[in-house]
Design a protein around this ligand. Structure first.
Ligand SMILES: [Zn+2]
Length: 495
């Protein structure tokens, strides 16, 4: 490894003595390894930022993926087309070892669906069936609704007020705030488990207020699951917009019991073959050590999966393309992985772990929070001490991303697709972005390319490129405090 000291080094009296009289046992005052190395890396990072700004195809790639192919639910022909496109595009970008690892996924088919109010007046309500839901009989389910604002409220109701009814969970998602972030985590359990909770009380179907804090009558789909046992009946589950949920609640509050008809022809389509797309920039020194960057190539079957997660995929693809164009071959191999089936099964992540789990995963970065202005990185490791050390090291590295404003380091969750790598000791990371608008369009018809700002997407790809390159170049194991505090000369080159 080259060690070009680009900054003048101010020697303390002690280190001067150490240099002049090493045999006297003076040890050099350590400028920490990480600081020295980060300072040395600055010009190269600058080169990546400039290169990524002057030529960047992430927005073009996003259009090809989302406008030309469209949404990509597991088992759909569009998903397979997208996988082919991604592999072909990365081959064209000059990447090495481009392969598609086959993955068996579960196929869910939405079919035709509708929701109509029967009384107090006839009208249609915007709805989307939840992924994995069973369908209704062809004539639909017509029943009175009971609106509740929490599970506790449902459980407190007498049986006769729930039995035979369609349960509406009108649970309010708190708006995004700078300190708390989005309120998604507080309400998503209703989408996931609402059908089971309603069925346990005798409900015949469930309608869940969409997991969003802002609505233009847009229903948000997403995954749901049943109990898996035969004790609780699997009932149909759909999401409704904030407008629909609050209308039903207002009627109920005035003593009017709304009656609705829910029709869904959703079916389980059995198994289908899909795949994870891999491509590499093979490392010059440690080709068998991997820094994974990626997102998930599948999406829901509405909108075009632009923020979720077309943006993450193209940011990773373009990150590798930027490094390739600049000829900046990393020490370790940087591998793009576009996982399949994140939305409704996570089979791609599991298959990757099975197929590649015995390879040395130095680090993995997933982008799955939308293609908004990047803010930094969230670090997740199983060992809390290593996680803290890795976060501190990332904090140093990200000072180089000041021009993009992506200098923030958090600890916590990284990404659904890379989490199976955690128990390998991998430093898993999520790309943090400005999340204030993400859940406005998440899993809706409105998650389309026009919602993605090209400059912000460009910055995401550059942030990925810089972070991946730095990790691939690191002179010691990330999260390793002992080595990080040593002076550079003490670190064996083959760690
Ligand atoms: Zn996603």
């Amino acid at each position: 490894m080259q060690r070009v000291v680009s900054k003048p080094v101010h020697l303390s009296a002690c280190s001067l003595l150490a240099l002049l009289f090493p045999s006297l046992g003076f040890s050099a005052v350590p400028q920490s390894t990480i600081e020295t190395w980060v300072a040395e890396s600055a010009p190269k990072v600058q080169k990546i930022i400039e290169g990524g700004k002057s030529e960047n195809h992430s927005y073009l790639k996003l259009q090809e993926l989302c406008d030309d192919i469209g949404n990509r639910l597991s088992g759909s022909p569009q998903l397979e087309k997208a996988i082919e496109w991604a592999a072909e595009t990365m081959r064209r970008d000059g990447q090495e070892n481009v392969v598609v690892d086959p993955v068996v996924v579960r196929k869910w088919v939405r079919g035709e669906e509708s929701l109509g109010v029967v009384s107090p007046r006839e009208m249609r309500l915007s709805m989307l069936g939840l992924g994995g839901s069973v369908g209704t009989p062809p004539e639909g389910i017509t029943a009175d609704v009971i609106v509740v604002s929490s599970r506790e409220e449902l459980d407190a109701l007498p049986d006769e007020q729930v039995k035979g009814r369609i349960v509406v969970f009108n649970v309010v998602m708190p708006p995004w705030s700078p300190t708390e972030g989005s309120g998604y985590g507080k309400v998503v359990a209703y989408r996931s488990n609402g059908a089971r909770w309603a069925s346990e009380r005798g409900g015949v179907a469930v309608l869940v207020r969409s997991a969003t804090a802002r609505s233009l009558d847009s229903p948000h789909t997403g995954a749901m699951r049943y109990s898996g046992g035969s004790a609780v009946k699997d009932i149909p589950a759909a999401s409704i917009s904030i407008e629909g949920a609050t209308l039903l609640a207002r009627w109920q509050a005035r003593g009017i019991t709304p009656r609705v008809c829910l029709k869904m022809s959703a079916t389980d389509g059995g198994e289908a073959t899909s795949g994870n797309v891999l491509a590499e920039y093979v490392g010059r020194e440690f080709p068998d050590e991997y820094v994974v960057i990626g997102g998930h190539i599948d999406s829901w079957d509405v909108g075009s999966g632009a923020h979720d997660d077309g943006a993450g995929c193209v940011a990773a693809m373009e990150a590798l393309a930027i490094l390739r164009r600049l000829g900046m071959q990393p020490r370790r191999t940087i591998r793009v992985v576009l996982f399949t089936n994140e939305e409704n099964g996570v089979a791609g992540a599991r298959a990757y772990r099975v197929r590649h789990g015995d390879e040395k995963h130095f680090s993995a970065i997933e982008s799955d929070s939308g293609g908004f202005a990047p803010q930094g990185i969230s670090v997740e490791m199983t060992d809390p001490a290593k996680q803290d050390a890795a976060a501190a090291q990332m904090q140093q590295m990200l000072t180089l991303l000041k021009p993009l404003g992506a200098t923030e380091v958090k600890t916590g969750s990284s990404g659904t697709d890379i989490q199976p790598l955690l128990d390998l000791g991998t430093a898993c990371m999520g790309l943090s972005v400005d999340g204030r608008y993400y859940f406005d369009t998440h899993h809706t018809h409105a998650d389309t390319v026009d919602k993605v700002n090209p400059d912000q997407l460009t910055d995401c790809s550059i942030t990925m490129a810089v972070t991946a390159w730095l990790l691939a170049e690191m002179p010691f194991q990330i999260g390793d405090t002992a080595k990080a505090d040593q002076s550079p000369d003490q670190i064996p080159q083959n760690h």
